[in-house]
Design a binder for this molecule. Structure first.
Ligand SMILES: Nc1ncnc2c1ncn2[C@@H]1O[C@H](COP(=O)(O)OP(=O)(O)O)[C@@H](O)[C@H]1O
Ligand SMILES: O=C(O)C1=C[C@@H](OP(=O)(O)O)[C@@H](O)[C@H](O)C1
Ligand SMILES: [Mg+2]
Length: 201
């Protein structure tokens, strides 16, 4: 009830599970799910983010991403999976701050492993013509995370896969299912909202 129909924005690096985990959270809460990448594709009329980068530019994609987030911010009861780079523009925070922001914090080696498994074709910032996909993805993700980590830390709550694994007695984050991560995200949302309510009362 503390959520009070506000939107929830999932932020985090590429491959952190925003889209996968976001759909589960939406189902549990009875909220609608939107993926900002998909909405940008629809609004631009180009079927993939990779093609939008190619035909236009990253800046064009970012402008459209901001417009999508602005439009979503006037709505209610949505779970929004943002693109990994949405956090770098302060204007996007002014939209996302109308709701609750959750950072899915996943170790870089796990991200590189997931991305190497599905391929980099749909993620233009990681796409490489040659070389070992894991090593290339890991190097690029490390550089991007350096630039972005302070921005991710602006989120209201952080869901750390390392912490969930520790709590469950595992030493490998790769065993954590999207459902287990969604449950932890819901618990973190609840703690953030109830603590805020206690401060107010
Ligand atoms: N907990 C998980 N364990 C293993 N693979 C996962 C997990 N969560 C997501 N994935 C996989 O990782 C890839 C990236 O997930 P996705 O939800 O698209 O991330 P994002 O939207 O943050 O880029 C997908 O192939 C997805 O199936
Ligand atoms: O990190 C980024 O800058 C990006 C992440 C992608 O979304 P996912 O985080 O869903 O992969 C997509 O928005 C675009 O390729 C740029
Ligand atoms: Mg996604």
């Amino acid at each position: 009830p503390y959520l009070n129909d506000r939107c929830v924005y999932l932020v985090g690096m590429m491959g952190s599970g925003k889209t996968t985990v976001g759909k589960i959270i939406a189902e549990v809460l009875g909220y609608s799910f939107f993926d900002s990448d998909k909405l940008v594709e629809q609004s631009v009329g180009i079927p993939s983010v990779a093609e939008i980068f190619q035909v236009h530019s990253e800046a064009f994609f970012r402008d459209n991403e901001s417009e999508v987030l602005r439009d979503l911010s006037s709505m209610h009861r949505l779970i929004v999976a943002t693109g990994g780079g949405a956090v770098i523009r302060p204007i996007n925070w002014s939209y996302m701050r109308k709701g609750l922001t959750i950072w899915l914090d996943v170790p870089l080696d796990a991200l590189a492993r997931r991305i190497a498994a599905v391929g980099t074709a749909s993620r233009p910032l990681l796409h490489q013509e040659s070389g070992d996909p894991y090593a290339k993805a890991y190097a690029k993700l490390t550089a991007l995370f350096e630039q972005r980590m302070d921005s991710y830390a602006n989120a209201d709550a952080r869901v750390s896969l390392e912490n969930i694994a520790l709590k469950q007695g595992h030493n490998d984050v790769n065993v954590l299912t999207p459902s287990a991560i969604a449950i932890e995200a819901l618990l973190k949302m609840e703690s953030f909202l109830t603590e805020k309510a206690m401060v107010r009362n």
